[in-house]
Design a protein around this ligand. Structure first.
Ligand SMILES: Nc1ncnc2c1ncn2[C@@H]1O[C@H](COP(=O)(O)OP(=O)(O)O)[C@@H](O)[C@H]1O
Ligand SMILES: CSC[C@H]1O[C@H](OP(=O)(O)O)[C@H](O)[C@@H]1O
Length: 401
């Protein structure tokens, strides 16, 4: 990556001007750096006259949220662009179009999705998205099924596992999700009022055993090409459209990690509804919508995944009676366990979620945090014995005072 340097806004404009066919000759381009994620630069380049626009996403050689003291591979830009291309082939309507990838600059040029909003914000505004569960169920079923040994030639799949070895980004997940929240790590960050709840998680060895088993799956179960960071900040949405962005954490891992991420982030918003002050009936109604969506995400995924299996399984052994049922039962258990782990890390780990952190009143924020921890830890403990997605809804309802 010898020519690499991080773009200034002026350089981003110059680069965009050179993209063939993108902007009219001589257009007065405007650039805004809009990256609000933890890791990368995102330039929005537009021509106010023609109304045309494009996104340039560039990795920097460190974790932006921490600074240069946390070096991070630029190879994540390759992983992200290659994963976007695969996901785009499988789900063209659910992903941004990738126009180009420049390895020397760790830069991906992609479709501007600014007519959508980031789903986390949409949920914080208490919008409802009736098509979301079907859309994300389709994304999960197609991307996970078609990249797995069920649908692929096993030799080709192994080459894909190799192409998506992503050790540095996986290490972030291994530490921030499966280690730090369960010990007194300097990476943790939490409000003082939460110390007793956090200390009881540090001391809960029954919980630690379940997390160790989930971590082992994350480390070893190369089931499918995961998105790897499928939270509601990685989803752009509007009523009739859903687009999944930001797969730089992609690697071959356990399918339930992606499904669990979606469910966890719906439940984090559920907990964050403590911060809303409508009538109790309105809050309960929005929470009901979120729980219905949790159930629908799973059932939409399961229905489509089974249909793909029945129609496209390439593997003779995949047709063995009973195999599909056991496989799907295992996916549900993984999904529930990973959902719990993805909730807990957002309360007292390094990286939080706005659904809860934006609650200004400390006492109300504390109620939301405790609720998220109660649901998250219960999901982790239930995972291995779960039989139905309804158990997730029951856990959320019984933790809610
Ligand atoms: N294709 C896109 N169209 C419009 N805005 C985008 C696009 N991709 C990213 N963004 C904006 O940039 C922000 C950060 O992007 P993201 O891919 O999540 O970066 P990071 O990898 O740093 O988390 C998003 O929250 C969104 O506001
Ligand atoms: C130091 S990275 C922390 C956290 O950030 C990533 O999320 P995003 O870049 O989408 O905001 C990922 O979830 C990591 O665990």
């Amino acid at each position: 990556m010898s020519n690499y340097h991080a773009f200034t806004e002026a350089e981003a404009i110059e680069y965009a001007r050179g993209i063939e066919g993108m902007f009219p000759e001589g257009a007065q381009l405007v650039s805004r750096e809009i990256g609000d994620g933890n890791l990368n630069l995102v330039f929005h380049i537009s021509d106010p006259v023609s109304g045309r626009s494009v996104i340039l996403k560039q990795a920097v050689p460190y974790a932006k949220v921490v600074g240069e003291s946390w070096p991070l591979t630029l190879d994540r830009a390759r992983i992200e662009s290659e994963a976007l291309i695969i996901q785009g082939r499988l789900c063209p309507d659910l992903t941004p179009k990738v126009y180009a990838y420049e390895p020397d600059l760790a830069l991906t040029v992609m479709e501007d999705l600014s007519d959508h909003i980031i789903m986390r914000r949409g949920l914080m505004e208490r919008n409802r998205y009736p098509l979301f569960a079907g859309h994300i169920g389709e994304f999960l079923a197609k991307t996970l099924f078609f990249t797995s040994d069920l649908a692929m030639n096993q030799q080709e799949k192994k080459l894909q596992v190799k192409a998506f070895i992503n050790p540095e980004l996986c290490k972030i997940t291994e530490d921030l999700i499966f280690d730090d929240p369960y010990t007194d790590s300097p990476n943790n960050s939490f409000d003082v009022h939460l110390r007793d709840a956090v200390e009881s998680i540090w001391a809960d060895t029954e919980l630690h055993l379940e997390v160790a088993l989930l971590r082992e799956k994350f480390l070893t179960k190369a089931q499918a090409l995961l998105h790897g960071d499928l939270h509601t900040g990685s989803i752009f949405i509007k009523p009739d459209s859903t687009k999944v962005i930001d797969p730089e954490f992609a690697y071959y891992g356990p399918m339930g990690f992606d499904i669990g991420a979606v469910i966890a982030n719906l439940l984090l918003n559920y907990a964050g509804q403590e911060g809303w002050s409508p009538s109790d009936a309105d809050r309960a109604d929005y929470r009901r919508y979120l729980l219905d969506t949790v159930r629908d995400v799973w059932t939409e995924f399961e229905t489509r995944f089974r249909a793909l299996w029945n129609e496209h399984a390439a593997d003779r052994m995949a047709k063995t009676p009973g195999y599909q049922d056991l496989y799907v039962a295992g996916l549900l258990q993984d999904t529930i366990g990973f959902a719990g782990a993805k909730m807990v890390r957002r309360i007292h780990g390094l990286s939080h979620v706005a659904d809860i952190d934006r609650i200004e009143d400390a006492a109300v924020r504390e109620r939301a945090q405790r609720l998220a921890l109660a649901i998250g830890t219960a999901l982790i403990k239930r995972g291995r014995s779960a039989r139905s997605i309804d158990e997730v809804l029951d856990i959320a309802l019984s933790a809610t005072k």
